[in-house]
Design a protein around this ligand. Sequence first.
Ligand code: UT7
Length: 315
Amino acid sequence: MNGMQIISTGKALPERCVTNDDMAKIVETSDEWITTRTGISTRYFCKQQAGWQLAVQAAKQAVDAAGIDPQQIGLCITATMSPHYATPSTACMVQRELGLAQDVFCFDMNAACSGFVYALETAHALLGTLQKPYALVIGCEVLSKITDFTDRNTCVLFGDGAGAVVLERADAPFAAMHGANGNDTALVCPGYGSEKQFLSMDGKAVFRFAVSSIPVCINEVLTRAGLSLDEVDHIVCHQANRRIIESVIRQMKAPAEKFYMNLQHYGNTSAASIPLALADMQQQGLLKKGSKLICVGFGGGFTWGASLICWNEKE
Ligand code: UT7
């Protein structure tokens, strides 16, 4: 068995929901501008919660829904670029709170908004070497901590949240591709050596990068999987901007309903956006046994990647 499938999802959102009208009280913007330029209507910001608490909540929901013995989880990865602690990693906090076995392979990974698809590919590689059949992959961000709330170019775009999936080694098709190039101007977030305090972005440059790279990612992963677009049930792109996804639909002459969108509710939650979408799709009954999904990430780094993976809920 060298495939892998998703068997459950979970999600967690902070308590504070912020509308576009709320944002217009902070910076010079409007519901009309944000909606037409991005598709975003609301986003959630943490008040008291730490990111790792959201990760724990989402992960617990996914593990409970999977109905598996948590001791059978051999790997726990959190994709995040806004961890509460550099160490202990968010994944280690999840290990403790969920009581996962101490021989679990636990770490955070940062590939910005591509983090979740990078983590899927990593989980696939590692599951092949581990004794245990399950992996827990979480995407979790608290971007409000690194957002400049005086910069209208960025502050209206982002949100906080977490999503999680349980993965199982299985006889199921899995294919992936990934890439990176070092661009330290278009999207930069502060780290320890940085003089910057907040995320900064050249939105147009990221937009151009996104609309040109997503179709390449989708076509490449289809080729690797030996499938056509018709044979795929859903495409789940990183949820950054409705206009980015619409541009991909036009370029690929693809049916719009294949491309799931929930960015209107949460804004851009970086590495959390794809697992949050998967959790909402599951709740909305869109995922059927054997559904073939392509997840596509793109973002800071620049990084990009796509995975073809099946949904197979446990009976
Ligand atoms: O997760 C991966 C990382 N991020 C992304 O994927 C984001 C990719 N980029 C984008 O989604 C879009 O480029 C944005 C939504 C960020 C911006 O949309 P745009 O259509 O490229 O707008 P723009 O930057 O060209 O700005 C147009 C105008 C400017 O005014 P002037 O210079 O034309 O007078 C901005 O100052 O809109 C102005 N503007 C705003 N106005 C009201 C920028 N932000 C706002 C705002 N409210 N919040």
